[in-house]
Every structure is written in structure tokens, then in C-alpha cells.
Ligand binder design. Structure first.
Ligand code: G
Ligand code: MN
Length: 240
């Protein structure tokens, strides 16, 4: 397979501890080197390749997490987050694929988080809601990725079977320098508290952003280049 999974740590803001990892696929082209997902994922979605690719990422992330917890039992407390595309969600096979990956790699469902974007949910909301409900019955958690950039309504959010909001990095950039930008992040954090959802700040690049988000959400989680870029498994292991 010409792809590899990188892993980006997700950090607890209050104490800097790693709470989990997000698996991020890269395409390794023999001539062009490592290609970022925003270039090839849209192509894969347009050609139906997204389902086998998504399945590969899911299985590889479960395999890797299991391998890590075998060699370092302390890592069993870490979550592993995997991105799921709208195409996978609208296809009936996803539940079986997740079940198979958990079983084949002996990963407890509570360690797995599936990330879906708002826009992939609203495409066919009733089907998506059913799928998410069944997935959650397995014990996996669901995160809404890029939250704040889609056009789903807050009324729908309240009815969605989800556990975590991942605040899009655009909102965290706008949080600095304007009162209104900070107010938007503050209200998403309060929404998370009110609905009992975990909140993750994405794409934190500066210490100023980290401090401001920590002030707004001391209980929150964050990821971004400030903490660590997505890393090869071998580079991550060197830190353990
Ligand atoms: O859609 P999703 O939020 O899963 O996308 C994650 C993407 O964001 C990955 O391609 C990852 O490499 C990238 N990324 C991770 N941290 C940062 C960051 O701090 N800044 C920017 N610009 N991109 C980031
Ligand atoms: Mn994601």
C-alpha cells in the first residue's frame, strides 16, 4: 500500500498530558513524495476509492494502537481517533467494518473515536443518525470534526448521537485579537458543557492561542503544530 498513517497527539490543556492520537493518512508517491490528504481525499471521494482507503486507515490505526499497548501497557488509556468520510457513513458496511477492526486487533471499543464532519452528516441525516447510533452501541465514541464551519443547525446537533466537538482551526485563529472571535469559541465550549460533550481545539499553532483556549476551557483538549505535528509511529515511539 502506498499510504502511511501519521499520528498527531491530542493534549489535555490543564496538564499537557497526551489523551490520545489522531490517525492522519499520507499518500506516498514514488516521484512526488508525501502528499497531504487535502489533495487526494477529494479525488478518492469522487472515485469511490475512499471506502477501501478509509477501511485501510481504520484497520491500520487499530492495529497500531494494539501493537503500542502490547509493548507499553500504560498506553491503553490513550484514545485513537480515525477520520470517516461521508461516503463511508452513507454506506451500510461501516458498522461491520468497525466491528471487524476492533475484533481483529483486539482493541476495546472505548479507545476508538470516529471523526465525522458536519457536512457529511447533513447530506443524509436520517441514515447518518442511525449509523452513528449503532456505532455508539458498540461503545465507540463519535466526534464532529471541523465544528463551526459546516452548515448544520444547532437544533440538529442536539439530536445527534455524538460525544465530542472538534472546534475548527479557523475559529481558533479568529479567537485571537477580536472580542467576537473569542466569544464564538467561548460559546462553543459552553455548548459542549451544556450538552455533556467533550471539546477539542484543532490546529493550535501559537502559545497565545493555547493560553486563551486554556482560559476558556480548562477541561478541554487541544492538538496542533504548537504541541506536535503529525508524526511517524517510529518518531512517536522514541518519545515513550
Ligand atoms: O479535517 P481534520 O481536522 O481531520 O484535518 C486535520 C489536518 O490538519 C491534517 O492534515 C493535519 O496535518 C492538519 N493539522 C494538524 N495540526 C495543524 C495545525 O496546527 N495547523 C494547521 N494548519 N494544520 C494542522
Ligand atoms: Mn479529524
Amino acid at each position: 500500500m502506498c499510504s502511511s498513517d501519521l499520528y498527531q497527539p491530542i493534549i489535555r490543556v490543564c496538564d499537557g498530558q497526551m489523551s490520545g492520537l489522531e490517525a492522519l493518512i499520507r499518500w506516498n508517491d514514488p516521484e512526488r513524495g508525501r502528499i497531504a490528504p487535502d489533495l487526494f481525499i477529494p479525488l478518492a471521494e469522487a472515485t469511490n476509492l475512499i471506502r477501501p482507503i478509509g477501511r485501510w486507515v481504520l484497520r491500520e490505526a487499530c492495529r497500531q494502537m494494539n501493537a503500542w499497548t502490547t509493548t507499553h501497557p500504560g498506553l491503553a488509556r490513550l484514545d485513537i481517533a480515525v477520520n470517516i468520510s461521508g461516503r463511508q457513513l452513507s454506506h451500510g458496511g461501516l458498522l461491520g467494518e468497525v466491528q471487524a477492526a476492533l475484533r481483529d486487533f483486539n482493541l476495546p471499543a472505548r479507545q476508538l473515536i470516529l471523526e465525522v464532519t458536519e457536512s457529511s452528516l447533513i447530506h443524509d441525516l436520517p441514515t447518518a443518525v442511525n449509523q452513528l447510533r449503532e456505532l455508539r452501541e458498540l461503545g465507540v465514541r463519535i466526534a464532529i470534526d471541523d465544528f463551526g464551519t459546516g452548515n448544520s443547525s444547532l437544533g440538529q446537533l442536539q439530536a445527534l448521537p455524538v460525544d465530542i466537538l472538534k472546534i475548527d482551526r479557523a475559529l481558533l485563529q479568529a479567537m485571537i485579537g477580536t472580542r467576537s472571535g473569542a466569544a464564538v469559541v467561548q460559546s462553543v465550549v459552553e455548548l459542549g458543557r451544556a450538552l455533556h460533550l467533550g471539546v477539542v481545539a484543532e490546529g493550535i499553532e501559537t502559545a497565545v492561542q493555547a493560553a486563551e483556549f486554556g482560559r476558556i476551557s480548562p477541561e478541554g483538549l487541544a492538538q496542533g503544530f504548537l504541541f506536535t505535528r503529525p508524526l511517524d509511529p517510529l518518531d512517536l515511539e522514541r518519545e515513550w
